[in-house]
Structures are given as structure tokens and as C-alpha cells.
Ligand binder design. Structure first.
Ligand SMILES: *[C@@H]1O[C@H](CO)[C@@H](O)[C@H](O)[C@H]1NC(C)=O
Ligand SMILES: *[C@@H]1O[C@H](CO)[C@@H](O)[C@H](O)[C@H]1NC(C)=O
Ligand SMILES: *[C@@H]1O[C@H](CO)[C@@H](O)[C@H](O)[C@H]1NC(C)=O
Ligand SMILES: *[C@@H]1O[C@H](CO)[C@@H](O)[C@H](O)[C@H]1NC(C)=O
Ligand SMILES: *[C@@H]1O[C@H](CO)[C@@H](O)[C@H](O)[C@H]1NC(C)=O
Ligand SMILES: *[C@@H]1O[C@H](CO)[C@@H](O)[C@H](O)[C@H]1NC(C)=O
Ligand SMILES: *[C@@H]1O[C@H](CO)[C@@H](O)[C@H](O)[C@H]1NC(C)=O
Ligand SMILES: *[C@@H]1O[C@H](CO)[C@@H](O)[C@H](O)[C@H]1NC(C)=O
Length: 902
């Protein structure tokens, strides 16, 4: 997870630098007639206006980000002609100031709402970019400058302008370029201080400023869909809306703008769209960045006609289809290509492409592209590459040695493939610039570090290292010498002990040692690692208590997993206010006691899993107070009492609640269902939307956390990101919950899985369940439900698992629709139910459908007796009976036994 996060932030900063340099140096104006020698001289009132504008700021070197910034206003001396001042241009004939360029001028101070600047009504160009405006607002009087053609208020340093962009900006009907970008460091995401642009203002702007050629609004919060009138701005050349919280459909008409050169829509997760074939007409297109959105469909072949394309980033969308990687080699100017994280199947098979003239690709991101076969040999000639991510594919064979000779690489990620063979530490000696190295994941490599590791100098710049699944028996020693290391994954090895020097590596932000053979107690020295963001010690043999410092030792800790060990005792009560925890997994240990109430201090918590422990507590309704909590898993503990949900504990973002195999007992009422109201959606399209969780300095996608949900009889592996991103589930199975199932449950239309089995529900199956149109799993077995199976359920087209066995249902099983795909296991144990999939056909007169054809009462009572003890030993209500009941051949016997006993 963190590896991805790190890669991501590298990506961000690199792109930012590219953006930054292009904005500073390509924004050419041709306003001054430099051949003219005539000089009119500055108007006095404009002179004064400029001077008092100058007075409203102080000069501070740190106010500008650009290293070549300098204070231009120093040359603004009252006794000289303002037209000669640095950054000022006047009209040669009228003498009016027409252009102010104070970009990167080290100005610090607030924008004055009544600034004298706004009296310079002849201004055609105003560039105040890269100064520090102390979080003030853009004054409404900006609308007075109606002659403006170019307005640049971009901020690269941080957001130094804030609040709403005034509607008056739409009065600037002569605008050709508007730049309000800011650069937001991932560390500050999500930041409240951003500029905001109301959709209505954007609409007015589009309506009035019809000649716009450049519209750049990166990191300005818009939070709406894009107005379709945008397609009226046919002169657009550069359009950028990175991280503007856009959603809805991207107007496809923009791909018809003949002069489009640059389109940046990065990170508006829920922006949807497709690439039309006509994109091949955009012969000037050089920059296309759509990463991290919800674009879908195929990548049109016409794209490969775009000979001027330099930057193509389509990563983390839903693009699909089979595609020859070699096609991209036709794009002669291409230096940035990222297709990672789509549903693409790439193959490489050089044909029709002249590999003697390769594009100068420096960034190649092909993670999760279903790339098969061997590493394409043309990569050996990409000697100027600095970023090569081939992780999470199906590449085979030995890792070709030529990759280790690409000496400009700063990132080499080969993790999660099927590579084999031996890697020796020395092989990495040419990669002097490497900062990120990934070899782990599914590969079957053996990594040999050699004897003398104390003089390892070549990996000195490494900050992220993935050596998972590399057959280590001991913790590799060379890691000790990596001074810059911030991220280490050494999971899936056979390491038994952690060397104590590891606790001195205080630069570590991510440490993953899961799936090893670690023994003994967790050393309290672990709390020296105060920069940790992620700590994963899951699936080892750790014993003892959780060190009490673990909840509070690091303000930055976001991911904590100690799952699958043998830890005992209580969870420590040490979650300080303002902690950053997003993800806590203590599952499958021997922990007991109550859930610590201090968890309410984890305001950012999204995922809490304590399944398979011995917690003995009432329902932790107070978790509903956490604004972001999405997943709560309490399965298989000793929780008891009523499930409730007082008003202010409303679980506003809940999408997965698993309370199964506990001792909850109460009537299920409509009020309780309201705990789950976040599982109601009005717009079905939201289901396709991404739900990526952003964090402060890493992008965490909890969906990639492997997690299986065993659903008696069928073990459903809801593993991996493909599926879980729309996983919305309620599991109340194996408790003592009673009463009728409230109709209102049918309104939770986002539900994908609903498991109410093995409880004491009575009454009928609500026909409103027919409204749960996304439902894939419905288990109502082992209750006391009666009446017919509602005809409405036949419309549940995605239903994949359905079980109503062992109830008191009666009447015919609906024969049409999805229900017809399930066999008798889904229905048995209901003595008055009939249908073609049961022994009992509907014409038949009711008989005992459960009775074996040659049933012998005497021999049966023998087995009944055995089973009786089995049930007593296991304990009814503990949940295991249900597992047995549906999972194996004893099912019917157990059921009959239970009916007899109770
Ligand atoms: C701006 O100046 C005008 C007239 O000079 C005055 O009426 C107004 O209150 C001032 N606004 C602010 C925000 O200072
Ligand atoms: C368009 O600009 C004019 C002034 O240039 C302004 O009066 C008008 O309100 C603007 N229209 C919109 C829709 O903003
Ligand atoms: C702008 O686009 C809308 C629809 O997209 C259209 O109805 C309108 O006439 C267009 N306006 C202009 C000025 O072209
Ligand atoms: C595109 O650019 C060309 C050349 O600069 C110009 O003549 C043409 O008007 C532009 N097209 C549009 C729709 O702005
Ligand atoms: C643009 O491309 C499409 C499909 O590639 C083509 O049918 C259409 O004629 C092209 N339009 C122009 C204006 O070139
Ligand atoms: C490939 O390109 C090179 C260099 O431009 C050229 O000499 C060669 O003939 C080309 N080969 C083919 C098969 O087109
Ligand atoms: C690719 O690199 C190899 C090894 O350095 C070299 O022999 C070959 O000529 C190169 N091919 C091209 C097309 O540059
Ligand atoms: C590696 O990078 C350096 C510095 O950017 C550059 O001068 C050199 O040409 C690059 N090497 C190759 C093989 O491209």
C-alpha cells in the first residue's frame, strides 16, 4: 500500500515540476511593441496606484517558491517613469499601464479588497503568480479590469489565496488565459484553505469569456460536474482541472477542440468519460493526463496518430481492452507513459514498429496492466529512463540483467510478477540513483546479500525497498546501512527475529514484516519509530500484550495491523486526540476485554477489524460518531446486548458492518436499520465510482487490503480491489436477533451482501428486498421465517448466492428470474415449500420433504443422540452449528435435532 503511496507522491511532485516550469516559461505575451522608440511616459495616477500597491506588501524571500525569484518592485522608484519599472509595460501611444508581471517577486501580504490596482482599468495582463497573499481572498473588484486578457494568480508554494473566487471574475469577457492553479503538497491533502469556485461562477465565466485559450484551475475546489457549455470554448488550448473534486460526465465535446494541446484532469476520482476515436484529430495534443478518474472504455487506436504527444497518463481509471504495448513506440515524442491500474491487457510483440527509432520514454508506468511474457527487449535501449514500474503483472523468467544497467533509474519496481532466479546484492551496484526498488510480491526470487555488507555504498539513496517473498531466513544486514530508508517491506519471508538496530531507523515511515515467523513479544522499542505511517506485523507468531505505547507513539501512524498473531490482553487505551489512524486490524489474536473507548479519538478511522478474538462488550455504537468509519468487523467475539444507534452516532459513511458470531440479542427494529442509512444511494451511477481513501502522505486504498468473508458453505473470497470497491455488506448472522425483518431494510439499495442467517427472525421475507438491486449475496437461512418467497426477489439480477433453507417458508418457489439458478440446497428444510428444485413438487400434497426416503426412526435416534452432544459441546448460538449445517452432509440431521431440542 505504502509503496504505491510513495510512488504516487513521486509522481505528483514530478508532474508538478513539469507544470511549474512550463507555466513560467511558456506564458509568452506579445503586447509590447519593442521596435517603437517613442515614449509617452507614465500617467501620474497610475504611477501612484502602482506605488501604493507596492506599499501594501513586504518583500520576503520565502514568499516565492521559484529559486530564481527576485523582488521586482525594488526598481519601482517614485521619481522614475513607471513604464520603465521592472515588470511594467505601457501602451506606447497612450502611456497607460497595460501589463503587470510581478510573478515570483517575493511579495508577502494580503490582497486589499480596495487595492489601487483596480484603478488600472487599461490592464490587459496581470501576473501575480508565485507570491504569498497570506490566505486572503481574490477581491471582487478584479471584475473592474475588463480589458484583461491574461490573469495569472497561480500559487506554487502553497495555497496562499483562499475563499471563494468572486463571481465578478466572469465579467472579464476578454480573457484569453486564466490561471488560478495552486500546488497542494500531498501532506496537506485535504486542505480546507483552498480556493473555491462555485459552479454558477464557472458557468458565467464560460458564458462571457468565450475566447478563452487557457483555463487552469488545478486544486481549486469546484465540487460539481463540469458545465456542458464548456464545449462552447472551442479555442481552448490548455485546460487543467487537477483535483477539483469534479464528478459526473466529462463533456466529450472537448476532445473535438482543434487546438487543444494540453488536458489535465488528474485526481477527480469520480469524473467519468470515454476517449472518442476523434481524439486522433487533435494533432497538437502534447499533454494528456487523466490519471485517477473514472474514465472507461477502450483506448482508441487513433490515439497512436498523435505524433506530438509527449505526456500520456491514463493510470488508475477503468480503461479496458487488449492493447499492443508496442503501439506506443509509434508516438515519437512520448517521454511519459503511465497506464497503470486499469483493466487493460497489454502485450508486447514488436511488429510494424521500427525499434531503431524509439521515443524518448523517461517515465514508464505499467503496473497492473496484465502484461505477460518476458520483459520486452526494447526496454534495454531506454537508457534515459528514470522511472520504470512493471509491478503487478505476469512477467516471467529471470529478471533481465539489462534492467540493472539502466543507470539513470530512480525507480525500478518489478514486484508482484512471476520472476524467478537469484538476485545478488552486487547486481544493483550500477543503480546509483535508485531511490525506490521493488522486487517482492509474487516473485519467486532468492536474494543473496553476500558476506561483507558493511561497505555497501551503492544503494545509499534508497528510500523505499520491497523485498517481500525473497526467501530471506534472516533479516538482511545491508539494510542497516541504508540511511535514507523510509519504507521497508520484507513480508512473506521466513524471518524469526528482528535485529535491534531496526528500532534505530527512525526515518522509517512504513514497515511491513507480515507473514514471517517472528516470535516473542513486540519490543516496546518499536515506539522509537516515531515517523511511522504504516506498521504491519500481521501473520507472525508474536505473543504477549500489545505495547501500551502503540496507539500513541506516532502522530503520523495511519495503518496498524497486528492481525493473525497470538497477542493477549486488552487493547491499550492510548489513542490520543488528533491521531492519524485510518486503519486498525487486530483480528485473529487472543485479545479480550472491552474495545477501548479512546478509539473515539481516532477521528480519521475508516477501517476497524477485531474479528476472531475474545472481546466481551456491548455494541460499540460510539464508533458511529467517527465521521469516516466505513468498515466495522466484530465477527466471532463475545459482543452482546442490543445493537443501537443513537442519533448523533449515525455511521455517516458505513459500508460494511460484520457483527456475526456474537451474542447480540434484541428485536431488529426500523430504528436500528437507520444505523445503515449510508447504504442508501439515490444515483445508481455512484456505484461505479471510486472510493479511494486519501491520507496525509500516502494514498491508501483500503480496497487492496486482502480480506475474505467466509459465508457458511461457500467461502467467498472478496479479495482484491476489483471487487471490494463496491462491497457494501451487512452480516448479522449467528446471533440471537429476533422479530420481523423490517420492510425498510429493502431501502438499503447499495447492499451487495446481506446475511441474517442463524438468528431468530420471524414473519415473512419482506417483498421490499426486491429493491436491493445490487445484491449479490442473500442468506436468510436458519431462522423462523414463514410465508411465501416473494415474487419480487426474481428481479435481483446480480444475485449469486441465495439461501433460505431451514425456515418455515411455504408455497411455490418462484420459477422465473434469478431464483431459478439456485439448487435445492438454497431451499431445503422448509417443509411447506415446493417447486421443481425440491423433492416436493407443487402439485404434490404436502409430505415431509426432509424425510429420507428410507428413513428409519430407531437408527436415526442413535445419531440424534450423538449429534445432541456435539451440539451441546459446540454450543448453539456460537455460530459453528450453522457452519456445519450448511457446509456438510449432516445439515439436515443437525437441523432436525435442533428442532427437537428447542
Ligand atoms: C472600498 O472603498 C469604497 C469607496 O472608497 C468604500 O465605500 C468601501 O467600503 C471600501 N470597501 C472596503 C472593503 O474597504
Ligand atoms: C458578463 O460580463 C458583463 C460585463 O462585462 C457583466 O455585466 C455580466 O453580468 C456578465 N455575465 C455573466 C453571466 O456573468
Ligand atoms: C453553448 O452551448 C450550449 C449547449 O451546449 C448551446 O445551447 C448554446 O447555444 C451555446 N452558446 C453559444 C454562445 O454558442
Ligand atoms: C486554432 O488555431 C489556428 C491557428 O492559430 C487559428 O487560426 C484557429 O482559429 C484556431 N481555432 C479555433 C477554434 O480557435
Ligand atoms: C475526426 O476523427 C474521426 C474519427 O477518427 C473522423 O471520422 C472525423 O472525420 C475527423 N474529423 C475531422 C474534423 O477531422
Ligand atoms: C527504421 O528507422 C531507421 C532510422 O530512421 C531507418 O534507417 C530504417 O530503414 C528503418 N527501418 C525500417 C524497417 O523502416
Ligand atoms: C540497443 O542496445 C543494445 C545494447 O546496448 C545495442 O546493441 C543495440 O544496438 C541497441 N539498439 C538500438 C536500436 O539502439
Ligand atoms: C542520465 O542522466 C544524466 C543527467 O540527467 C544525463 O546527462 C545522461 O545523458 C543520462 N544518461 C542517459 C544514458 O541517458
Amino acid at each position: 500500500m505504502t509503496m504505491m503511496g510513495l510512488l504516487h507522491s513521486v509522481a505528483l511532485s514530478t508532474q508538478f515540476l513539469l507544470l511549474f516550469s512550463s507555466s513560467l516559461f511558456t506564458n509568452c505575451l506579445s503586447l509590447n511593441d519593442s521596435t517603437s522608440t517613442h515614449h509617452h511616459g507614465c500617467h501620474q495616477h497610475e504611477n501612484n496606484a502602482l506605488l501604493s500597491f507596492k506599499q501594501s506588501f513586504i518583500i520576503s524571500k520565502s514568499a516565492s517558491y521559484n529559486t530564481s525569484s527576485y523582488p521586482k518592485t525594488v526598481s519601482w522608484i517614485p521619481t522614475t517613469d513607471c513604464c520603465s519599472w521592472d515588470g511594467i509595460e505601457c501602451n506606447e501611444l497612450t502611456g497607460h499601464v497595460i501589463s503587470i508581471d510581478l510573478s515570483s517577486s517575493q511579495l508577502y501580504g494580503s490582497m486589499d479588497a480596495n487595492s489601487t490596482l483596480f484603478s488600472l482599468v487599461h490592464l490587459q495582463s496581470l501576473d501575480l503568480s508565485d507570491n504569498h497573499f497570506n490566505h486572503s481572498q481574490i477581491p471582487a473588484r478584479i471584475g473592474d479590469l475588463s480589458q484583461l486578457r491574461h490573469l495569472n494568480l497561480s500559487q506554487f508554494h502553497e495555497t496562499t489565496l483562499s475563499g471563494e473566487v468572486p463571481t465578478q471574475i466572469s465579467h472579464l469577457s476578454n480573457l484569453l488565459s486564466l490561471d488560478l492553479r495552486s500546488y497542494i503538497d500531498q501532506l496537506d491533502y485535504p486542505l480546507i484553505n483552498r480556493l473555491q469556485l462555485k459552479e454558477s461562477t464557472l458557468r458565467s465565466l464560460i458564458q462571457n469569456s468565450t475566447r478563452l485559450e487557457q483555463l487552469r484551475l488545478n486544486f481549486v475546489t469546484i465540487s460539481s460536474s463540469l458545465p456542458h457549455t464548456l464545449v462552447n470554448l472551442t479555442s481552448l488550448q490548455k485546460l487543467s482541472f487537477r483535483q477539483c473534486e469534479l464528478h459526473g460526465e466529462f463533456p466529450v465535446g472537448i476532445f473535438y477542440f482543434p487546438n487543444l494541446t494540453s488536458l489535465n484532469l488528474v485526481q477527480n476520482q469520480n469524473l467519468q468519460g470515454t476517449l472518442p476515436a476523434s481524439i486522433g484529430n487533435l494533432t497538437n495534443l502534447a499533454y494528456l493526463a487523466l490519471e485517477d478518474n473514472s474514465f472507461h472504455g477502450e483506448i482508441p487506436q487513433s490515439l497512436f496518430r498523435l505524433e506530438n504527444l509527449e505526456h500520456l497518463s491514463l493510470s488508475y481509471n477503468f480503461f479496458e481492452g487488449r492493447l499492443a504495448l508496442d503501439m506506443f513506440l509509434k508516438l515519437k515524442m512520448l517521454n511519459f507513459l503511465d497506464l497503470s491500474g486499469n483493466k487493460l491487457s497489454l502485450f508486447s510483440q514488436v511488429r510494424d514498429v521500427n525499434v531503431t527509432i524509439l521515443p524518448p520514454i523517461q517515465w514508464l508506468g505499467l503496473s497492473s496492466c496484465n502484461l505477460i511474457g518476458e520483459v520486452p527487449t526494447w526496454m534495454m535501449n531506454q537508457t534515459s529512463s528514470y522511472y520504470l514500474d512493471l509491478s503487478q503483472n505476469n512477467l516471467q523468467g529471470e529478471i533481465p540483467y539489462f534492467l540493472f544497467k539502466l543507470e539513470n533509474l530512480t525507480l525500478l519496481d518489478l514486484a508482484g510478477n512471476m520472476f524467478e532466479g537469484q538476485i545478488e546484492l552486487d547486481m544493483l551496484s550500477k543503480l546509483q540513483k535508485l531511490t525506490i526498488l521493488g522486487l517482492g510480491g509474487g516473485n519467486k526470487l532468492s536474494f543473496l546479500e553476500g558476506k561483507n555488507t558493511s561497505n555497501v555504498t551503492f544503494l545509499s539513496q534508497i528510500h523505499a525497498l520491497d523485498l517481500s517473498s525473497c526467501n530471506f531466513v534472516h533479516f538482511p544486514n545491508f539494510i542497516q546501512h541504508l540511511q535514507e530508508l523510509t519504507s521497508l517491506s520484507i513480508s512473506n519471508n521466513n524471518i524469526k527475529t528482528i535485529p535491534s538496530w531496526l528500532w534505530n531507523k527512525t526515518t522509517l515511515e512504513s514497515l511491513e514484516i507480515s507473514n514471517n515467523l517472528l516470535m516473542g513479544e513486540i519490543s516496546p522499542s518499536i515506539c522509537n519509530l516515531q515517523s511511522l505511517v504504516e506498521l504491519d506485523l500481521s501473520s507472525n507468531n508474536l505473543v504477549g500484550m500489545i505495547p501500551s505505547c502503540l496507539g500513541s507513539f506516532s502522530r503520523s501512524l495511519q495503518i496498524l495491523s497486528l492481525a493473525g498473531n497470538k497477542l493477549t490482553g486488552d487493547i491499550p487505551e492510548t489513542y490520543v486526540k488528533g491521531n492519524a489512524l485510518h486503519f486498525i486490524d487486530f483480528s485473529s489474536n487472543k485479545l479480550h476485554g472491552k474495545l477501548p473507548r479512546a478509539l473515539v479519538n481516532c477521528r480519521r478511522l475508516e477501517f476497524l477489524d477485531v474479528r476472531h478474538n475474545h472481546f466481551n462488550d456491548s455494541f460499540p455504537f460510539w464508533l458511529g460518531y467517527l465521521p469516516k468509519i466505513k468498515v466495522v468487523i466484530l465477527r466471532d467475539n463475545e459482543f452482546h446486548g442490543a445493537i443501537m444507534c443513537p442519533l448523533k452516532y449515525a455511521f455517516p459513511q458505513l459500508r460494511n458492518m460484520d457483527l456475526s458470531q456474537n451474542g447480540f440479542s434484541m428485536k431488529l427494529t426500523s430504528e436500528i436499520i437507520m444505523c445503515f442509512k449510508s447504504m442508501i444511494i439515490s444515483n445508481k451511477r455512484q456505484l461505479d465510482f471510486k472510493d479511494v481513501i486519501y491520507s496525509d502522505n500516502a494514498e491508501i486504498d483500503i480496497d487492496s487490503h486482502p480480506f475474505s468473508m467466509s459465508n457458511k458453505g461457500v467461502v467467498m473470497d472478496y479479495l482484491g480491489s476489483q471487487y471490494l470497491h463496491h462491497m457494501v455488506a451487512i452480516d448479522l448472522s449467528c446471533n440471537k436477533i429476533s422479530g420481523e425483518i423490517p420492510d425498510i431494510m429493502g431501502s438499503l439499495n447499495r447492499l451487495v451482501m446481506l446475511n441474517l442467517s442463524n438468528n431468530m427472525f420471524t414473519g415473512s421475507i419482506p417483498s421490499s428486498f426486491g429493491e436491493l438491486s445490487n445484491l449479490e449475496v442473500l442468506d436468510l437461512s436458519l431462522n423462523d421465517l414463514s410465508g411465501n418467497i416473494p415474487q419480487q426477489l426474481t428481479g435481483l439480477t446480480f444475485l449469486d448466492f441465495f439461501n433460505v433453507s431451514f425456515n418455515n417458508l411455504s408455497g411455490p418457489i418462484p420459477e422465473n428470474g434469478q431464483l431459478s439458478t439456485f439448487d435445492d440446497n438454497s431451499f431445503k428444510g422448509n417443509k411447506d415449500l415446493c417447486g421443481i428444485r425440491l423433492l416436493k413438487k407443487c402439485e404434490d400434497h404436502p409430505k415431509l420433504p426432509l424425510q429420507k426416503p428410507d428413513g428409519d426412526q430407531d437408527s436415526e435416534s442413535g445419531s440424534f443422540f450423538e449429534l445432541y452432544w456435539m451440539v451441546i459441546l459446540i454450543g448453539y448460538g456460537g455460530g459453528l452449528v450453522a457452519g456445519l449445517a450448511l457446509g456438510n452432509a449432516f445439515a439436515e440431521d443437525v437441523y432436525r435435532l435442533l428442532k427437537k431440542i428447542f
